[in-house]
Structures are given as C-alpha cells and as structure tokens.
Design a protein around this ligand. Structure first.
Ligand SMILES: [Zn+2]
Length: 261
C-alpha cells in the first residue's frame, strides 16, 4: 500500500486553476500518463516555494502523493522555465495557444508518449523564434497535434480520389473540413467545401512536415506575420470541426487582436 502512495512525474504545466484561498490545481502534460491534474497546496501564498516552479509553460519534475480525489504535489523542481515568454504579450499569447491546445487534445489518464517531446519542441520555438514567426509555430503545433490524434489534414492530395493537388500551382483550392482536406477540380462538384487561398494551404502543408527548428530558421519575409496569422486562423477553423475542442487561448488571439500587433 505504502509503495504506491507516492510517485514522480515530469511534464509541462498546461493550466493553473485556482482552488480555495491559496491552492492551485495544476494540469500537467506528462510523460505517463499524458495528462494529469494535481493540487499545489499553498502555491498562491506569497513566497511559497512551489509558486515559481509551477508557472505556466514550465517543465517540472514533481513528487506527488496519491490523494482521495486529486493527487497532491509534495515537492517540485524546475527543469525549464518559460518565464521569458510570459514577459512579452504576443509571445505569451501564442505560448498559451500551444498549452491550451495540448490540454484540449489530451485526455486525463491516457497514454501518448509523443505529445510531451513535440510540445517541448514547440515551446522552445515559441521562446526563441522572432516575433514574425510565432503564429507559424502555433499553427504548426495545432496541425501536428491533430495529426498525432489520427486526424492528419491532407493538403496535397484530393481526399476523395487521391489525385495530386498542388496548392503552390493555384490561386485557390477547394477545402472540405468535413472530408479532412483538399479536393481536386473533378471531385469538387461545388457541393462540398469552400474555395480557400492556396498560399495558406501551401503553408499549412509545409508546416506539418517541418520541424520546429526548421520553422524558426525560415528566412525573413516582408509579409510573414500576416501570412502566419492566416495559417493560424485556418488551424483554428480546423479545430472548430472537433466537437468540444475550443482552446480559449486561440480564440483570445483573434478576439483580443494579438495578431494585429
Ligand atoms: Zn479528386
């Protein structure tokens, strides 16, 4: 009995929810299971030892004690801090998009060992990328994360017949969220999907295949920031087709105008 009463977990802080007067419920993207929630007692008291450790986006190593409903964090060590991201509004907003999408697309107690390394790489890119590339990083994260859940969007072949579709060779391409990707001219009978700007789909197609290191190394382009937000808007629409998945941080980016900075 005593052998299973405490355990260690390593992961990234996705959400912090107030509990009572001074406690926090911390949602963690962990190694195993993928998502876990635990109480950080007294973490909202000024000067509390856990306060700086369980900051949003931080990677932490925790010692936990099995509780009756939620487990309790007894010790915490900071592995990597994202305090640098929190200081800039746009960087902080897009970091929260990554964290919120991770929280929405993972389920407590489920096992998926690919999400933690992918999210760690995305957060590394959010903290180092130049401002103009931040939206590309967030959009890439959304498309990579839905792909890991088994719903990889198809942007370079017709989802109905498999014929090659090159969004780089056209002005507009027909896209059907319901069907999971683009449609060729023969299959697009005017009934399904809607015409979309081909350049946005071409970017989405590239971002799924690129590593975060490749994205942060993209050469500077004059319209990169607005282009990045167009791809992120597409990623947001893509998520709208999943019932119950609504990352509030992503809605906030478009409602609060972080993208117009
Ligand atoms: Zn077709």
């Amino acid at each position: 009995m005593a052998a299973v009463s405490s355990y260690r977990a390593r992961g990234i802080v996705l959400r912090r929810t107030k509990l009572g007067e001074t406690d926090l419920i911390v949602t963690l993207l962990a190694d195993t299971p993928t998502q876990l929630r635990a109480v950080a007692k007294g973490a909202r008291k000024p000067g509390a030892r856990l306060t700086g450790v369980v900051g949003l986006g931080n990677e932490v190593e925790l010692q936990l004690h099995v509780g009756r409903s939620l487990d309790v964090i007894t010790e915490g060590t900071l592995v990597a801090s994202r305090a640098d991201c929190v200081r800039e509004f746009e960087r902080a907003s897009l970091m929260e998009v990554v964290l919120d999408v991770a929280a929405e697309l993972t389920v407590e107690g489920e096992h998926d060992e690919r999400m933690l390394p992918m999210t760690r790489a995305a957060l590394g890119a959010v903290s180092t990328a130049r401002t103009g590339l931040l939206a590309y990083v967030a959009a890439a994260y959304v498309f990579k994360a839905v792909s890991m859940q088994g719903f990889r969007p198809v942007f370079d072949a017709c989802v109905a017949c498999g014929a090659a579709v090159d969004p780089r060779a056209a002005e507009t391409v027909r896209l059907s969220f319901e069907d999971g990707g683009v449609l060729c001219d023969d299959c697009a009978d005017g009934m399904r999907g809607a015409m979309r700007k081909a350049s946005t789909l071409a970017w989405a197609s590239s971002l799924i295949r690129m590593t975060f290191a490749q994205i942060t190394a993209l050469p500077e382009a004059p319209d990169e920031s607005s282009q990045g937000y167009e791809v992120l808007e597409l990623a947001r629409e893509w998520l709208h087709h999943y019932p119950g998945i609504r990352p509030r941080a992503l809605e906030f980016v478009f409602s609060a105008g972080a993208h117009t900075l």
